[in-house]
Design a protein around this ligand. Structure first.
Ligand code: FAD
Length: 386
């Protein structure tokens, strides 16, 4: 397995980077200061064929694979992590389960318009009483003739207040075990009975739209059931396994921007008659940041290549997410330190990187859950007869 980018991937990376610098950079401060949701940017990403890298062309994707998805995640997040959060929720978290489990009509109606950037999607799994323990969700989908009626609450849903469609999980057979009582649905957000209770204020990722939703007798046609009845849990696991390398790459994007800011600042800022990079206390921080970035990049690429070989990447994705997200926070923290007092102010984006980088040790499965997955896979592998 090659851990270098192919020529095609390098050229794709150049194009995404140029696009993000030209179209997103001028918006980044507005997204942060005004909590502005970058709807138009998502549309232009779709129009310019940057959404849906892993999905087949016949489904409206780019047919390029998960490595290219991680490239988009890194380049968008390097400019605005909040914009990347909106993109990821729509074009990966919402879209992947439809691409892999949806039927032809569902893909035409609910996937293509999102990958073209015309519509926005969100993934609605988490509930007030079900976070890390996703199998314990309570939102109920009862049969109503051939259709369904949904009641319940969903918490912390990214894009939930602006999305056109939700990919939502609900319990269809409470008598069964957690792994065989959940089903997956596409629910238009305009459905009667679906209410945005509130939008959360966030530590970082300002501009991302993260909301609490309530469903009261929301009618959903049978045609919107994705996959088989009571087979939603494997869809949850599949989605989580696929999203992790891209989540990790988004955080690496923030780490890269933090790192570059620290290198530049330490080369220019002078104290004691010389640029501060000449003090080992500063330059060794740069060295440690470089190592973390390089290791993150290799782990992410490895996990994405495993996915592109059509193999499950549970352990590889968890390793990449754990390492890259924790490293991104450490890099952002050290970059702020290298900037001294100015790093703590709103004069530079460094304090934003620091706040944004904190999120993904929680979202998409916490660091503790990543460690849980990794040790479980390790013990499984080690107990297999050689
Ligand atoms: C800004 C934001 C955006 C989000 N976007 C979405 C979204 O779009 N869609 C969606 O469905 N969800 C979303 N989430 C939810 C997110 O995935 C959950 O917050 C996350 O999975 C953790 O769940 P929790 O917050 O309920 O914490 P809990 O599960 O209650 O965990 C609390 C603490 O206990 C620890 N813990 C729990 N179980 C274990 C265990 N077995 N072993 C060790 N430690 C454990 C956790 O690691 C954590 O430190 C979002 C969350 C936030 C904050």
């Amino acid at each position: 397995m090659s851990l270098a980018l192919t020529k095609q991937e390098v050229s794709f990376q150049r194009r995404v980077k140029a696009f993000a610098q030209k179209h997103l950079k001028p918006l980044a401060a507005k997204i942060e200061a005004e909590e502005y949701f970058p709807r138009e940017f998502l549309r232009s990403l779709g129009r310019n064929r940057f959404l849906g890298a892993p999905f087949s062309r016949s489904d409206g994707g780019l047919g390029l694979g998960w490595v290219c998805e991680t490239i988009v995640a890194e380049e968008v997040s390097a400019v605005s992590a909040a914009a990347e959060m909106a993109r990821l929720a729509s074009a990966a978290l919402y879209s992947a389960p439809l691409a892999y489990f949806g039927n032809k009509v569902q893909k035409k109606d609910f996937l293509r318009p999102v990958l073209s950037g015309d519509k926005v999607g969100a993934l609605a799994l988490t509930e007030p009483e079900a976070g890390s323990d996703a199998g314990s969700i309570k939102t109920r989908a009862r049969r109503d003739g051939r259709d369904f009626v949904l009641d319940g609450e969903k918490r912390f849903i990214t894009n939930g207040g602006v999305a056109d469609y939700l990919f939502l999980f609900a319990v269809t057979d409470p008598g069964r075990s957690p792994r065989s009582r959940i089903s997956a649905f596409v629910v238009p957000r305009s459905s009667r009975g679906l209410e945005v209770v509130k939008a959360y204020g966030l530590l970082g990722m300002r501009g991302a739209n993260v909301v609490h939703l309530r469903l009261r007798r929301v009618g959903v046609p049978r045609e919107n059931l994705v996959g088989r009845l009571n087979h939603g849990f494997p869809i949850i696991l599949d989605e989580l396994d696929r999203e992790r390398p891209a989540v990790a790459a988004g955080m690496m994007g923030i780490a890269r921007s933090s790192f570059e800011a620290a290198v530049n600042y330490s080369s220019k800022r002078e104290q004691f008659g010389r640029p501060i990079r000449h003090f080992e206390g500063v330059s060794f921080k740069i060295a440690d940041m470089a190592v973390k970035l390089e290791a993150s990049r290799l782990l992410i690429l490895h996990a994405a290549r495993v996915l592109d070989r059509g193999e499950p990447a549970r352990r590889e994705g968890a390793v990449a997410k754990l390492y890259a997200t924790e490293s991104a926070f450490e890099v952002a923290h050290e970059s702020l330190q290298v900037h001294g007092g100015i790093g703590y102010t709103k004069e530079l984006p460094v304090e934003r990187y620091f706040r944004d980088a904190r999120f993904m040790m929680i979202g998409g499965g916490t660091s503790e859950i990543m460690r849980y997955i990794i040790q479980r896979e390790v013990y499984k592998e080690m107990s297999r007869p050689s």
